[in-house]
Design a protein around this ligand. Structure first.
Ligand code: ADP
Ligand code: MG
Length: 723
């Protein structure tokens, strides 16, 4: 007996040649096949009399084959099958190119239904390589699969056609028509007036109308997002049953800390810090995302949380904090910055990356052996350990970890906490920080397991960054301006999309997928200069600014080298830094006032905004120059948004609209199915699913009465991996 779990190998009419190809599409079982939804549809539902077929139109006709023969062309050794098809109104020539096997299945006097384009060429008027299917007679009520209806078109892989998929899927749908289990609780199906599962799955593959496609899609988007929400809400519920270290808020200490800073906290910073410190004081693990535009001052807030943890905990040396950054440059910047902020607070801070280990104690930084650092950590002598991914490597053992701070790696928080707490009874609090604005739809889905805090305002002394799109003809003016800025002691960033000539060096190229400007790969290359860091460096240092100090920075440089360059730039020993997108996150150089971006159209809006955030970090007026050589109008419109809008949230929303959610935040790798992705754009749907999931879990937290749902949830978790 065939069930939904039956593997494709066991399905009789799937030949062994197809197994591998199906697996390539992620199809392993009958269920996968039925849930392999069409990428699009083609409307062949209108069958017309042959005498109404007009050149240039895509038509569907029915008729009898009066003649069929196969010929060879000598030039290309191509087989052409030529047939004549007639109905009561007339006859039409049909040509199939390169499908020699057709003569095996199509014979004279066969009745066929054909869908294809009526073409005119030196061969006369003919129907070009139409999709065909045999029928018993000319009629309206044949049950057609490939023609004469709205037909499903699937994403195909080599050697696997939509026609074949239709041929395989249709009988399975028929077989399962009354056996399709519905994972959605009946009351939900009723409440939202969804199609019953058997209808929905039929209509999504072989729809009666475009309306029924929409109805089916609505149900499946709901299904997926509903599972997503159930998953998130159950995980949260589970976490809330765990115990976390209590870090009591010490208002005196916090006051002392803020008074020691060279600036006043903004109201937003104050509010966020208060919420976080309150969370830390509770015995349940915090999971919080601290969101704030670049330069809004998240690090200070995190440092307050860290200080609070260090100040709490077992007598004789408080709790520990793990502080993780995505790159060595950032980790080292945090180490320096945080040590400085904690100067007067008698805190021991460790620093650990793949290569380096240092300890800050009693106002001094000293290099130590990694082994020694790890030992001190295990004995609880180190209060805060700052570093890269090295923090979660083997042998790094915290004895009393109370707080994990993650900078710019929000998507990994949950699994990293899991790695750091393996076998521990106390679950540390998690504070994740990001400058990536997260639209509400994503906050409730991809990031749905985190509470959100938002730093809404920038430090008061900041001026709005002036953004300008620089046309090719205005380059000189821009250069003159930059020269003037440098002469006044300011720093300039130049960002290029590539490191060097070699395409393979292109790893950090940000735009992929549907919004990659396709004309780059399709021959316009000659017209478009693609800036490379090396070329640009040569040009700027030799031709444009021979009198200025210019240096390169890119991902292929050694860490020490990168750090030295950043430090020199920060100190003012470098005027212009020509860089790839490695400076994207978090690097703080207050003296930099010009951000110049080459090939700006190649970057996403959110990313451009991140680059722009590298300047404007002091009270000096800063500038962002977007250089573009691509006249493409769509890109122009996108870039204009950068001028009109200095709010990361709005830009992210625009990016989301233009590029779709898949291209954002790597969500495309998360395994969320396309229908759910589409649904994610829809805040109403997201809220509806969340509400439904909440209601169901309130009624039945363990989903005891919904075994099918539990089962689907399990499978969903295997398929979707946010981490
Ligand atoms: P981000 O939120 O991008 O991580 P940082 O924490 O790196 O921002 O802060 C950016 C810069 O602003 C730092 O030099 C920091 O010392 C400074 N800063 C933070 N808060 C304030 C404030 N309230 N007023 C003035 N400067 C601040
Ligand atoms: Mg930061």
């Amino acid at each position: 007996m065939i069930t939904l779990e039956t593997t494709i190998e066991e399905v009789p009419n799937i030949g062994s040649a197809y197994h591998k190809k199906l697996k390539k599409l992620g199809i392993e079982t009958v269920r996968d096949l039925l849930y392999y939804f069409p990428a699009r549809y083609e409307d062949f539902s209108n069958i017309i009399p042959i005498n109404q077929a007009k050149v240039g139109e895509t038509v569907c006709v029915q008729g009898r084959i009066t003649q069929i023969e196969s010929t060879q062309t000598f030039k290309k050794w191509m087989t052409i099958i030529e047939a004549e098809v007639e109905d009561e109104t007339g006859s039409l020539k049909v040509l199939w190119f390169n499908q020699p096997f057709l003569t095996k299945s199509l014979r004279e006097d066969d009745f066929v239904c054909l869908a294809g384009k009526v073409t005119l060429s030196k061969n006369g008027v003919y129907l070009a390589s139409p999709v065909f299917e045999k029928i018993s007679e000319i009629s309206d009520n044949d049950d057609l699969t490939h023609t004469g209806r709205i037909i499903p078109v699937y994403s195909e892989t080599k050697g696997l056609t939509s026609k074949w998929l239709r041929y395989i899927i249709k009988p399975l749908l028929e077989y399962f028509f009354d056996k399709m289990p519905d994972m959605l609780p009946e009351e939900i199906v009723k409440k939202h007036k969804f199609l019953p599962i058997k209808e929905a799955i039929w209509q999504i593959h072989f729809p009666e109308s475009f309306e029924s496609i929409d109805a089916a899609k609505a149900r499946f988007s709901f299904e997926n997002l509903f599972l997503l929400q159930l998953n998130i809400l159950r995980q949260r519920a589970k976490l809330l049953q765990k115990t976390a270290p209590v870090c009591k808020m010490d208002t005196e200490l916090m006051k002392k800390f803020t008074e020691s800073l060279p600036f006043q906290l903004t109201d937003s910073q104050r509010q966020c810090a208060f919420v976080i410190l309150t969370d830390l004081g509770k015995p349940t693990p915090m999971s919080r995302l601290l969101e704030g535009d670049v330069g809004s001052g998240k690090t200070v807030v995190a440092t307050m949380a860290a200080l609070s943890a260090v100040n709490s905990g077992p007598a004789g040396g408080g709790y520990q904090v793990a502080f993780m950054a995505p790159t060595e440059i950032l980790a080292s910047q945090h180490f320096k910055g945080i040590c400085k902020m904690l100067e007067k607070f008698n805190v021991t801070v460790g620093y650990l990356t793949g290569k380096e280990s240092e300890i800050y104690k009693d106002g001094k930084v000293s290099q130590v052996k990694k082994k020694e650092l790890l030992l001190e950590l295990e004995f609880g002598q180190i209060n805060i350990l700052i570093g890269t991914h090295a923090l979660i490597s083997k042998g790094v053992i915290f004895s009393k970890l109370a707080l994990i701070v993650l900078d710019e790696q929000h998507r990994f928080g949950v699994s990293q906490r899991a790695q750091l707490t393996k076998g521990k009874t106390l679950i540390p609090h998690l504070l994740s920080m990001t400058a990536t604005p997260i639209p509400r739809t994503l906050a409730l889905t991809v990031y749905g397991d985190l509470d959100l805090s938002l730093i809404k305002e920038m430090p008061k002394d900041r001026k709005k960054i002036k953004t300008v799109i620089v046309e090719p003809g205005e380059r000189k003016t821009a250069y003159d301006f930059i020269h003037k800025e440098v002469k006044e002691g300011r720093g300039v960033f130049v960002i290029c999309p590539k490191i060097g000539e070699d395409e393979n060096e292109n790893a950090s190229l940000p735009i992929t997928g549907s919004f990659a400007p396709t004309n780059y790969t399709q021959g316009v290359l000659g017209q478009i200069e693609i800036k490379t860091v090396k070329q640009e460096y040569e040009k700027l240092s030799k031709e444009i600014f021979p009198d200025l100090r210019i240096t390169m920075l890119h991902g292929k440089m050694k860490t020490e080298e990168k750090q030295r360059v950043m430090l020199d730039f920060k100190k003012g020993e470098i005027d212009i830094l020509v860089s790839t997108s490695v400076v994207e996150v978090g690097v703080d150089v207050p003296r930099a006032t010009v951000m110049m971006i080459e090939g700006a159209e190649r970057f996403g809006l959110a990313q451009l905004h991140q680059f722009r955030g590298r300047v404007g970090r002091s009270d000096m007026q800063s500038y962002c120059f977007l250089f573009t050589t691509n006249p493409d109008q769509l890109n122009r419109k996108r870039l204009k948004a950068m001028i009109d809008c200095d709010n990361g949230f709005e830009l992210a929303q625009k990016d989301l609209e233009i590029r779709g959610p898949g291209q954002l935040y790597g969500a495309v790798q998360s395994g969320i199915p396309d229908v759910a992705m589409e649904g994610m754009l829809n805040i109403f749907l997201v809220e509806k699913t969340r509400q439904s999931a909440k209601e169901l879990l309130e009624k039945d937290p363990e989903l005891k009465n919904y075994p099918l749902l539990v089962d689907s949830l399990k499978k969903f978790k295997q398929r979707v991996h946010f981490e």
